[in-house]
Design a protein around this ligand. Structure first.
Ligand SMILES: Nc1ncnc2c1ncn2[C@@H]1O[C@H](COP(=O)(O)OP(=O)(O)OP(=O)(O)O)[C@@H](O)[C@H]1O
Length: 325
């Protein structure tokens, strides 16, 4: 790995009784597309807010683009680009006016601003719409404009907090396409948070975060490789009996996840005949899936990301107040 663009040591953040971030150590190399994957409430936004100097850590250290976030805030801010979960564009201004305002705020020299605006608008495919009011833009176009704005002042590190939240699958794929392209043209490190498993696959490396801690970190492929088993989910007419019989008769540990009896075995398809032979409950459907990042999440945390969101997601006091998601 090249030099660290982001370096965290023992980072913690406590809000009253909530330990949102619990001792994170992390090195993100220059030029990496790094993903922070975890359910709602895992501590992703809090970590990003610390890295962007918007929140102070309770303890530990964070260095971003060579500068300490707690004592060199201005230096950090000048070297990072930010795209928040919540849109922050001025919708009654044009795309160009939004960029211009940001460029002035960040002190991009006038002589370079025009050309840079052209470049970033082209990069996100919005050149043609530059003179249009943002209020006429779709959700995907707005997000692309936010990414363009985040890049305007030549940041070394770009932070994207859930960049595709609330967008339809096609637009989400398009956003990742633009992220891929900008990596080719910009000399930049990208730190992205997501709770979409399939989106984490775009990253060079990911950290799986749960309950404020990193529980696993590696390339998506390597993480999936550690599982070595298929996931089998069955619908039955008696889940308790099915779980007991799976354990007693086949030596398989099963539990109910997402409303289905779920377990992992090395060769899922070959296992099915044994399953029907051994269980005397009614099995209505069987689903077999190859290891995914969700299985990695389950292997490290004991639950699926969807279960985690259902049990913990509603505890966010501000989400409730703001009606967020
Ligand atoms: N300002 C705050 N005051 C009190 N508790 C907070 C505050 N911000 C976050 N928390 C709590 O810290 C924990 C982590 O929240 P955080 O927003 O960082 O999670 P997240 O993984 O980014 O989820 P999401 O994507 O939904 O924002 C949660 O339990 C949350 O309720």
């Amino acid at each position: 790995m090249s030099e660290s663009a982001i370096q965290l040591r023992g980072l913690t953040k406590t809000f009253d009784a909530v330990e949102a971030v619990r001792g994170i150590d992390l090195d993100v190399g220059e030029g990496e597309l790094f993903g922070f994957l975890g359910p709602n409430g895992a501590g992703k936004s809090t970590t990003i807010n610390i890295l962007c100097t918007l929140t102070k850590a309770t303890s530990g250290s964070a260095v971003v683009a060579g500068h300490d976030v707690s004592v060199e805030r201005a230096a950090v801010r000048g070297r990072i680009g930010l795209v928040f979960q919540e849109p922050t564009l001025d919708t009654y201004l044009t795309a160009e006016q939004n960029l211009h305002f940001h460029g002035e705020l960040y002190g991009v020299p006038r002589a370079r601003l025009r050309e840079r605006m052209d470049d970033v608008l082209t990069m996100v495919g919005l050149s043609e719409r530059r003179k249009d009011l943002v209020q006429t833009f779709s959700g995907g176009m707005r997000r692309r404009l936010e990414i363009a704005r985040g890049l305007l002042h030549f940041p070394k590190v770009l932070f994207l907090d859930e960049p595709t939240i609330g967008l339809d699958p096609q637009t989400r794929a398009a956003i990742w396409d633009y992220v891929g392209k900008l990596r080719q043209t910009e000399d930049i490190t990208i730190f992205v948070t997501t709770h979409y498993m399939e989106e984490a696959e775009y990253c060079d490396r990911i950290a799986i975060i749960d309950g404020g801690e990193i529980v696993a970190i590696d390339t998506p492929e390597a993480l999936k490789g550690t599982i070595g088993a298929d996931r089998v989910q069955i619908h039955t007419n008696d889940d308790d009996a099915a779980i007991a019989q799976l354990g007693d008769r086949l030596g398989v540990d099963a539990a109910v996840h997402e409303g289905m009896v779920t377990f992992a075995v090395p060769q899922g398809a070959q296992f099915v005949p044994r399953l029907f032979a051994a269980l005397n409950v009614e099995i209505n459907t069987v689903t077999i899936t190859r290891p995914s990042l969700d299985d990695v999440f389950m292997a490290y945390t004991g639950r699926t990301i969807r279960d985690a969101e259902e049990s913990g997601g509603s505890q966010h006091p501000f989400r409730l107040m703001a009606g967020k998601r």
